[in-house]
Design a protein around this ligand. Structure first.
Ligand code: SAM
Length: 231
């Protein structure tokens, strides 16, 4: 899969994309992941990418031209037009289901806004969908784009040790994951549940499923309502 982040702050993205599981996936060629600087495409001699909003108001608005040209250059280089997602507090919230759908695509591009946002006309012209990471407002789209990229990359074949690793995780099947424990077997007087130390495999599996359901009821009963509505 190919993912490109269109941003005014590529270094901020690269710093994160080189680390941990995503960094390893990139190094192994399981995903092509880059950040492209929108400022490189401005026709302004002063390298401007933003201006004051028409009609007054606070802050600055990112101009259409550099974003449009940046995306056109990307399409020309790739020889295809990837789905363009604008990270925006106004979009529907990112879910694990959405991440799975995006992970099935061959390529996506992620547009990061900054300042007061982006000139509406370029959004109308080239953006396919908007995605938010929650009902709050951040300074820029870089952190949301990195959240989305991380969430998608770990679902790609070969990135985690086994598909089972994420199939058991919270939100995959509308439930939260069971509790996890590691060595030592007793820590500060707290013992690991006996069944995980000596239990039979099938009994351990039943325990995990029961715990998963129990935690969802305790911590996120709303997920069960959503799940039953979907069935
Ligand atoms: N004025 C805009 C509004 O009220 O809808 C918010 C602009 S915000 C300060 C600047 C940029 O950060 C946005 O263009 C978007 O790319 C990004 N952003 C902020 N909050 C976000 C969120 N919750 N999810 C996704 N992107 C977000």
């Amino acid at each position: 899969m190919r993912i490109e982040i269109l941003t005014l702050f590529p270094e901020m993205c690269e710093a994160v994309l080189g680390e941990s599981i995503v960094g390893r996936a990139r190094a192994q060629g399981l995903v092509e992941l880059h950040a492209r600087n929108i400022r490189d495409y401005t026709v302004s001699k002063q390298k401007r990418v933003d201006d004051a909003p028409y009609g007054g108001g606070y802050g600055m608005v990112m101009q259409a031209q550099p974003i449009y040209d940046c995306f056109q250059a990307l399409c020309a280089e790739w020889g295809s037009r990837p789905r363009l997602i604008y990270l925006s507090p106004q979009g529907p919230t990112l879910t694990q289901q959405k991440a799975r759908a995006l992970a099935a695509l061959p390529e996506i591009a992620l547009l990061c806004g900054h300042y007061e946002g982006v000139d509406e006309r370029v959004l109308e012209a080239i953006v396919d969908e908007e995605i938010s990471i929650g009902n709050y407002v951040l300074t820029g789209g870089e952190l949301p784009a990195l959240v989305l990229a991380d969430c998608v990359v770990r679902l790609l074949p070969g990135v985690l040790a086994a598909d089972e690793a994420f199939e058991r995780e919270s939100h995959y099947a509308g439930l939260l994951e069971h509790p996890q424990y590691t060595r030592p077997a007793v820590w500060e007087g707290r013992a690991v549940p006996e069944i995980l130390l000596n239990g039979h495999h099938a009994k351990q599996e039943a325990w995990r499923q029961e715990q998963s359901l129990r935690r969802t009821i305790e911590k996120r009963p709303d997920l069960l309502t959503e799940r039953s509505n979907e069935l």
